[in-house]
Design a binder for this molecule. Structure first.
Ligand SMILES: [Zn+2]
Length: 219
């Protein structure tokens, strides 16, 4: 987050303790920032049907960091001991205001489930192409892996690894993070392209309506 860099030299006081900057131990660690970014991605992906649900989900991440878990989704383990100090929360609150703003949130929703289903299906067919016959086990693994990535991003695989008592190395984590940010960039670009097509379609419909009215008047 740029905010951490912005506040680098700033002095803060909390419970009689002095802090410089909002990043680092006891404040925003880089791990916490990555988690927040991951949860934000999840809030966007899981709620593309509704502006209100997306906004709620984004704010739940903020409240989660402040130790309030009543709005948290299933990503919350409720054992987050690293509650951020109030001065850090105050500094990052405007970021959440931006992230949950109407302008941004409505850009991320597409009012239906069609695109969501399509992108989920794409994740499956990327894992086992339709034109190659695969056995049931491989198909099942593909669907489950697609669901993990769809819901929690590529980094979601780390949780699966942990459950299998396998450790994720830092190269794996950074590789998965790269894939996640690539995917987010790609879908943002696609959403902009969709908007353009939508505008063109609207324009087209408007033109046609005008023509029809004109025709109707001719009779
Ligand atoms: Zn929580």
């Amino acid at each position: 987050m740029d905010k951490v860099a912005q506040c680098k030299g700033q002095k803060f006081q909390e419970n009689g303790k002095a802090y410089t900057g909002i990043g680092g131990a006891g404040r925003l660690t880089s791990k916490a920032i990555k988690r927040i970014q991951g949860h934000y991605g999840g809030a966007i992906r899981k709620n593309c049907h509704s502006v209100e649900a997306m906004r709620k989900s984004i704010w739940s991440i903020f409240h989660h960091r402040g130790g309030r878990h009543d709005l948290c989704g299933d990503w919350c383990k409720k054992d987050n001991k690293n509650v951020l100090p109030q001065f850090v929360l105050d500094e990052i609150e405007p970021i959440f205001q931006d992230l949950s703003s109407d302008a941004l949130v409505s850009k991320c929703t597409h009012g239906g489930t069609q695109n969501t289903n399509e992108s989920f299906h794409n994740l499956i067919w990327n894992r086992c192409p339709k034109n190659i016959f695969v056995g049931r086990q491989r198909l099942e693994i593909a669907v489950l892996d697609a669901a993990v990535v769809f819901n929690d991003g590529e980094l979601g695989r780390c949780d699966i690894f942990k459950k299998l008592n396998l450790s994720c190395g830092k190269h794996m984590v950074s590789g998965l993070q790269k894939l996640d940010s690539k995917r987010i960039k790609k879908s943002a670009a696609r959403s902009n392209a969709d908007k353009k097509v939508q505008r063109q379609r609207q324009q087209h419909t408007q033109n046609n309506t005008t023509d029809e009215t004109y025709e109707a008047g001719a009779f």
